[in-house]
Design a protein around this ligand. Structure first.
Ligand code: KG4
Ligand code: ZN
Length: 338
């Protein structure tokens, strides 16, 4: 095939149902249906997530095809998220993709969700793209990784979290403060009017390029409980300062480890990806660091930070040009590593 392939991609690893259509590296449509049902539970409820995906998947794909102004017969391949993620959620997307591939007689492509986050930098919107090799801090609700990327096909995880992910640290802190799920964006919002030095929380000591966030969560919990004993209205009186201090602590941990990775590898091409890369303070701090130290920094557009299917489609595109197709007996995997 000489012309640019048209790829339909489906993302259903967690609580967002996404469908996107790319022509080559350009987005024709990118639709995400977020699930509100989890807000009151303080986290994603897996069974409710799979049910919501079942309800959303056909309308979301239909909308993606209509918005792309194509006919479904124009689609050259269908890509889906194989993992990591919630198994019940992944099964909805993979089953749809397999059926579509069979019905339309087109290749099926399986994509690693975390590689999708990283490759979102290569969705073509005329922006500058990272030069290989580059380092990517991939921070989401389920993962925190520093990855060295040699090519779209060769990636190495240099460091990872030994317990909670950075997104979880945001969400669990928010839950302690009585904020609904997902709390990350709300901490970001309240922190804008707060003092980053108002409260101090214990920072973890973890070897090499690995991360840990569970101790921080406990430190935040104890500190809040202690203050509430003195003043029952402590949270409402100090919300911006608490949020700014929590955010500052998490972002500092991420920046310190990224700097360590830069020092160890000598690589000065730095990217961030994943839901937490939407955090305004993280973006600002990385921009400051890049200016100070003369690193080249790459930050995705907001819509490509949090879960979306355009990132699955771009990863699918790279597999398509290598004819790296999945078989019909391919199964999703909740703990998929690269
Ligand atoms: O990549 P993503 O959409 O889903 C996963 O693959 O997990 O990341 C979701 C995570 C959630 O923990 C959410 O709270 C966090 O990204 N997040 C943020 C912000 N926007 C999303 N965390 C802090 N600040 C934000 N602005
Ligand atoms: Zn994600």
């Amino acid at each position: 095939m000489n012309k640019e392939p048209i790829i339909l991609a489906i993302e259903s690893s967690c609580d967002d149902t996404g469908a996107a259509i790319l022509k080559g590296q350009q987005v024709l449509s990118n639709i995400v249906a977020s699930q509100k049902v989890h807000e009151i539970y303080g986290g994603v409820v897996p069974e409710l997530a799979s049910r919501a995906h079942q309800q959303n998947i056909v309308p979301v794909i239909d909308t993606a095809i209509k918005k792309a102004k194509i006919n479904k017969k124009d689609i050259n391949a269908v890509a889906f998220t194989k993992g990591p993620g919630l198994l019940g959620s992944l099964l909805v997307g993979s089953s749809f993709a397999k059926s579509f591939s069979l019905a339309m007689n087109i290749p099926l492509i399986s994509v690693n969700h975390m590689q999708g986050h990283i490759l979102s930098h290569f969705i073509d919107e005329g922006q500058k793209i990272p030069n290989f090799p580059f380092l990517c801090l991939t921070v989401s609700g389920g993962h925190t990784q520093i990855v060295k990327i040699d090519s779209p096909y060769q990636m190495q995880i240099l460091g990872t979290t030994i317990d909670d992910a950075a997104g979880e640290a945001f969400d669990k802190s928010a839950k302690i403060l009585g904020l609904p799920y997902p709390g990350g964006p709300l901490i970001d919002k309240h922190a804008k009017n707060g003092d980053i030095h108002a409260f101090k929380f214990g920072k973890p000591k973890v070897k090499e390029l690995d991360f840990s966030f569970s101790g921080l969560k406990t430190s935040i919990l104890y500190s809040i409980q202690k203050n509430i004993k003195k003043d029952p209205n402590f949270i409402s009186k100090n919300l911006p300062d608490i949020c700014a201090s929590i955010q500052h602590t998490i972002v500092n941990i991420l920046i310190e480890k990224t700097m360590k990775a830069i020092k160890q590898t000598g690589i000065k091409e730095i990217a961030i990806a994943g839901g937490v890369s939407a955090n305004s303070y993280l973006r600002d701090q990385f921009e400051k660091l890049a200016t100070d130290k003369k690193y080249n920094l790459y930050i995705p557009k907001f819509e490509y930070c949090t879960d979306n299917a355009a990132m699955i489609a771009i990863a699918g595109y790279y597999k398509f040009i290598q004819k790296d197709f999945a078989k019909q007996d391919s199964t999703p995997s909740s703990r998929l590593i690269f």
